[in-house]
Design a protein around this ligand. Structure first.
Ligand code: KIV
Length: 269
């Protein structure tokens, strides 16, 4: 089992690979392919649940998917993403929501989109034994304030992001996602922090990289410009389903080998 300490010892030595997963099958495939960290991201909202953004994703949805990913994974570190408003309003409720991911669903850690309101919470969760991955830069739960544009492009914004990353490291976060920020800013934060940085749209100087699985395998119908498709699962899946529909319509499926006859029913039917 990979622990947060294992990840921390990889920083600067070995690149950390992280990918989102929302089900047991994907978790098993990703783990067999050597993934270090599986993030049950609230990106499930737009990636697979049909929402326009991540805001409607519920604690129930993340919990259920976290359980599935944890059952499919053996070694990878499983991180459950805390959905919008499941943290930061009431402290006891935040602890209960985060704790549930570990206690009931088998996650090893939680990720929280960071802001000034999550510093104390990060410290409290870490003290309670709930490892917290911080997330700065573009935080999609703030879409109504920032849109999906790159963050940290001017000095004032860049300093705020550095400060936010530093504050969460001091509060006890074990790693920090840097999303959609300039690569020179990400390199600077990576140098400044002792905890690993995991980049997405943040250049190649982070300690690790994360992508949304549907983007990485070429299943998404839209991907952000910083993502890369390493396969074309959408095309494969679509042509397999087309062939299936054709086979059903033409009567080619099911064939004899897909059916069986019960001999004792022979006289009756
Ligand atoms: O929800 C998610 O998938 C994420 C990653 C993109 C970091 O937050």
């Amino acid at each position: 089992m990979t622990t947060v300490r294992d990840l921390q010892s990889m920083a600067g030595e070995e690149a950390i690979s992280m990918l989102t997963a929302y089900d047991a099958m994907t978790a098993t495939i990703a783990e067999d392919a050597g993934i270090d960290v599986l993030l049950v991201g609230d990106s499930m909202g737009n990636a697979i649940l049909g929402y326009d953004d991540t805001l409607p994703v519920t604690v129930e949805e993340v919990a259920s998917r976290t359980g599935a990913v944890a059952r499919g994974a053996e070694d990878a570190l499983v991180v459950a993403d805390m959905p919008f408003l499941s943290f930061g309003t009431d402290r006891a409720e935040s602890v209960a929501n985060a704790g549930r991911m570990l206690k009931e669903e088998g996650a090893n850690a939680v990720k929280i989109e960071s802001g000034p309101h999550t510093v104390d919470l990060t410290e409290h969760l870490a003290d309670l034994g709930i490892p917290v991955m911080a997330h700065v830069g573009l935080t999609p739960q703030s879409v109504n304030q920032t849109g999906y544009t790159q963050q940290g492009g001017d000095v004032e914004q860049a300093e705020e992001i550095v400060e936010m990353a530093r504050a969460h490291e001091e509060a006890g976060a074990f790693a920090c996602v840097l999303e959609h920020i300039p690569s020179n800013l990400a390199a600077h934060i990576t140098d400044e922090l002792t905890i690993p940085t995991i980049g997405i749209g943040a250049g190649d100087n982070c300690d690790g990289q994360v992508l949304v699985v549907t983007d990485a395998v070429g299943l998404s119908d839209y991907s952000p410009p910083f993502a890369e498709a390493f396969g074309n699962v959408r095309e494969e899946m679509s042509s397999a389903i087309e062939e299936y529909v054709d086979a059903v319509e033409s009567g080619a499926f099911p064939a004899e080998e897909h059916s069986h006859v019960a001999e004792e029913l022979d006289d009756l039917y």
